[in-house]
Every structure is written in C-alpha cells, then in structure tokens.
Write a protein that binds this ligand. Structure first.
Ligand code: IPE
Ligand code: IPE
Ligand code: MG
Length: 247
C-alpha cells in the first residue's frame, strides 16, 4: 500500500553513547555502530523515492566533547566517507555537507569536497550531512551575507523576504523538511535546522540510533502519513481542499 511520503526527511541521530554504555563498550564503538543505520536510511530513501535527506552528524556544540571523542568522530567520518562514496555514487546519491568547514581538519575537508564533486550531478537523492553545523550560526551567516549585499547596493533591505532569506541558508534550494526524526528519546531540536523546521512534523523515538533500522524508519513514515498538516488553517478548511499559503 502506498502512503503519503515526505519530500524531505531530517534526522537527529542521537543515542550512540548510551547504546555503547548499555553494552559496557566505548562511546567510540557506539558511533561506529551508528554507520549501518545511516546506510539503511539512505537506501530506504532511494528505494522509496524520498527526494531529500538531511542528517545531523556533528553539531557546533559537539566540539565541546572530550578531545578523544571529537578526534575519533572526525576519523570515523573520513573513513566512512571514503568507504561509502563509490556505492553512494552508484546509487545516484548527491552528497553535500553543511556546517562550518573551516573548523574541520584538512583530510576531512578534502574528502568532503571530493565526494561533493563526484556526486554533484546525481539526482536519486539529495543527501545533506550536517557536520560542525548549528542552526543559529546558519541564520547568522545568512543575515550577514544579505547585509553585505545591501551594503553593496545589490538589494534593498525591503527586498529581504522569506524566499530570499531561505536562499541564503545552508539548505538553499531544497524544500523544508516535512518530517523530523530524533532517536534517543530526547525531545529537543539541539540547534539543528531552526529556520527550516518551522512547520515540520516532529517524530521522536526512544530507539537509540544504532538500533534504528528499516522497520523503525517505516514506523516514522507511517506516523507522518497519518498526520493532518494544517499550516495554521482549520481542519475543516484542509478537508475541503484549501491550500495553505506555505510552501
Ligand atoms: C549522537 O550520539 C552522535 C553525536 C552527537 C555525534 P551521542 O554521542 O550524543 O549519544 P548519547 O546521547 O550520549 O547517547
Ligand atoms: C545532537 O545530539 C547532535 C547530533 C546528533 C549530531 P546531542 O547529543 O549533541 O544533543 P544534546 O546535547 O542531547 O542536546
Ligand atoms: Mg546525544
């Protein structure tokens, strides 16, 4: 049976540390166990024809973790990207990274740029990986770049509307996420896509990220399909087929 699918799914992949602790393992082992579910959700999105997927891999606040954990995560990102990129390309995935690149080490930056270049023309899935990403800093840099355009007299401040602002953000050109998933049981955004989540359906699961599998993704999609999205209108207006003013 076909269900109403989101066009864009955003995921906070949380709970790796607790998954490891429950097994008496190291936090690093939890992060490593988190690679397989990434593969699974990518495959599921391609298979189902979900056009865009944005994954929160490392937040601007995660820099505050112990140095060993941060270094371990950075190595895991390089290693996983290098191991997976050919398969991602073969599946038609277009990979992009969002976040503050300048803070990343050169090996990771090189790997990221190479992956983006190789997969740039792919159209099966737009995959955004947020590394060193913070929603507030995304909004700030959009505000700064628009202010600079005003200073250069390219636009007037009155021309800064929602589409213009959206186009200055990291997810420029993509529809806002329809479905947000957070694993690990916490019910918070943790500075993920603050602007883009304005009308996103939020789904929280107690499952820890390494345990998130195709069935768990299916459950999130079923939950999404059962929601009535009203965008500020009444349920009766939506039932009567009125189109909300939002994208
Ligand atoms: C998410 O898992 C991965 C990152 C934030 C990099 P955590 O490492 O936050 O796992 P918990 O929340 O401690 O269980
Ligand atoms: C959010 O998880 C960031 C990522 C999953 C990359 P955190 O574990 O850092 O979030 P908090 O600290 O519980 O809010
Ligand atoms: Mg966490």
């Amino acid at each position: 049976m076909s269900i109403l699918l989101p066009r864009h799914v955003a995921i906070v992949m949380d709970g790796n540390g607790r998954w490891a602790r429950a097994r008496g393992a190291l936090r690093a082992d939890g992060h490593r166990a988190g690679v397989e579910p990434v593969r699974t959700v990518i495959e599921e999105c391609v298979r189902r024809g979900i056009g865009a997927l944005t994954l929160f891999a490392f937040s601007s606040e995660n820099w505050g973790r112990p140095r060993d954990e941060v270094m371990g995560l950075m190595s895991l990102f390089v290693e996983s990207l290098e191991a997976e990129i050919d398969e991602l390309h073969r599946r038609g995935v277009c990979v992009r990274f969002i976040g503050e690149r300048d803070e990343l080490d050169v090996r990771l930056r090189t790997s990221m740029a190479g992956s983006e270049r190789i997969t740039a023309d792919n159209t099966a899935l737009a995959l955004q990986i947020a590394v060193s990403y913070g929603g507030r800093s995304d909004i700030l840099s959009a505000a700064r770049s628009l202010a600079a355009r005003v200073e250069r007299h390219e636009i007037t401040s009155a021309q800064i509307d929602e589409p213009t602002f959206s186009a200055a953000l990291a997810l420029a050109g993509l529809p806002d996420p329809d479905l947000f998933i957070r694993t690990g049981g916490e019910q918070r955004i943790s500075n993920f896509l603050l602007w883009n989540l304005a009308y996103t359906e939020l789904y929280f699961t107690e499952l820890l990220w390494p345990d998130f599998d195709a069935a768990a993704f299916e459950a999130a999609l079923q939950h999404f399909a059962a929601r009535q999205r009203r965008f500020g209108l009444t349920g009766e207006q939506i039932d009567a087929g009125e189109q909300p003013g939002l994208p």
